[in-house]
Design a protein around this ligand. Structure first.
Ligand SMILES: Cc1cc2nc3c(=O)[nH]c(=O)nc-3n(C[C@H](O)[C@H](O)[C@H](O)COP(=O)(O)OP(=O)(O)OC[C@H]3O[C@@H](n4cnc5c(N)ncnc54)[C@H](O)[C@@H]3O)c2cc1C
Length: 383
């Protein structure tokens, strides 16, 4: 396909590479890391700084429970990789298996948790129900509104800034080339191959291109003639001053649509959970909640958070698909172009699993973790 390029200001330096990764969030960086480790020449383009978008603004939960069962095997494989990530990267990510607790405020929710427990256990994930006493013992700061919960002890969290830093250093150590503040602007496609990725000053000639551009993946894909059903959607996070909750776990209150977790520095991060259906998100992209409203909700569940000082709040963009599952893998019509986007708010925990699976797909011709559930073609067959 030859067409007018967006930007053709001056001659570009030509750089050959085995794999071009577009997007320096956790998904692109993890993919680049596992490829560089296997000796592939890899280049990562990030139009801002690494982790500047969702991957640096995330709540950083590494969660298996409460997943769509089609996503669970990938989440479990990823958790297995998280366990060794500090050794692997020779750095500290502050990953900890401090557990994840879904907390109920109604009997109806407890019944839903019970049903989910049975399903998840039959899928091979250990989860357990907590009655009110056990829950209170594990999380003493909860209010009496909390009736019980569902606990996944092998879930956990990490610190996003540390993970990004560790990945960047490890990629460099393995010879990968990183290009911050460098935007992929356009592509040259010949036949069924993407032969060039163009920035303002460089023409990369990769064997394989990976589109890991998060909410912008759909926009970039249009430049190679591919339509991705991905919409940006804002998600908020609020940070308190340091406060002692006597619980290290990640707490989710689905009935109240809020969650919280302690950071390694002793602050609490809490935020709203979107109650929009994916179909709503595809139609109307924005609904932010006032910070005071979210704080009132969380304080009704954890009274200690009612009076603490709020340091800051921010927003990051999720990349949401119609079924909230990611799109991972090749796309029809192009033989050397792979998408890894549409993580719909779950991409931080999945990052290492996706990176490892894609490096195996690119190097060995088959992914190390099955990816069929995430093919783009599922949307075509759904019509
Ligand atoms: C508030 C909040 C809370 C969250 N909580 C959790 C959680 O607890 N657990 C969990 O698993 N997930 C969570 N998520 C979701 C998770 O953070 C994301 O799914 C994940 O970070 C996505 O990573 P990514 O690498 O795919 O995309 P991103 O981090 O969005 O990275 C994409 C990158 O591509 C770059 N880019 C875009 N276009 C171009 C271009 N043309 N050229 C070069 N670079 C480009 C962008 O600058 C960006 O840095 C949360 C997200 C938010 C915002």
């Amino acid at each position: 396909m030859r067409r007018e390029r967006l930007f053709d200001l001056h001659p570009r330096e030509v750089v050959d590479t085995d794999v071009m990764v577009i997007g320096g969030g956790i998904v692109g960086l993890a993919t680049a890391y596992y490829l560089a480790k296997r000796g592939r020449r890899v280049a990562v383009l990030e139009r801002s700084t690494f982790g500047f978008e969702a991957s640096g603004r995330t709540a950083a939960g590494v969660r298996q429970q409460g997943r769509d069962l089609r996503e669970l095997p990938l989440a479990m494989a990823s958790v297995a990789l998280w366990a060794d990530l500090d050794d692997e990267l020779q750095d500290q990510t502050y990953y900890r298996r401090s557990g994840n607790i879904f907390i109920a405020v109604s009997a109806d929710e407890m019944a839903k948790f019970q049903a989910a427990t049975e399903q998840e256990r039959s899928a091979g994930l250990y989860v357990e129900m907590l009655d009110r006493d056990r829950l209170k013992h594990m999380v003493p700061s909860l209010s009496d509104r909390c009736l019980g919960g569902k606990h996944c002890p092998s879930d956990g969290m990490a610190e996003p800034w540390a993970v990004i830093r560790a990945l960047v250093a490890a990629i460099t150590r393995h010879g990968g080339r990183l290009y911050p503040n460098t935007e992929a602007l356009d592509f040259v496609v010949q036949g069924d191959r993407v032969v060039s990725v163009l920035t303002d000053t460089i023409e990369f000639r990769p064997e394989v291109t990976v589109n890991a551009a998060g909410p912008w993946a759909a926009l970039l894909a249009t430049r190679v003639g591919v339509t991705l059903p991905i919409r940006p959607f804002p998600a908020q996070l609020i940070e308190t001053e340091q406060v002692e909750l006597r619980c290290d776990g990640f707490l989710v209150f689905p009935g109240e649509a809020v969650y919280c977790r302690p950071t390694i520095s002793g602050c609490i991060h809490f935020g709203p959970i979107s109650v929009l259906t994916p179909r709503d998100v595809m139609k109307s992209p924005s609904q932010l909640s006032p910070v005071a409203q979210v704080r009132t909700k969380i304080a009704s569940l954890i009274p200690a958070l009612g009076g603490v000082h709020i340091r800051r709040a921010w927003m990051g963009l999720l990349d949401v698909t119609p079924d909230t599952l990611p799109i991972i893998g090749p796309v029809p019509g192009l033989s050397n172009y792979i998408v890894a986007a549409g993580f719909s708010g779950h991409g931080f925990g999945l990052g290492p699993g996706v990176g490892s699976a894609l490096s195996a797909l690119i190097v060995d011709g088959r992914p190390s973790i099955p990816l069929q559930a995430f093919s783009l073609s599922r949307f075509a067959s759904a019509q």
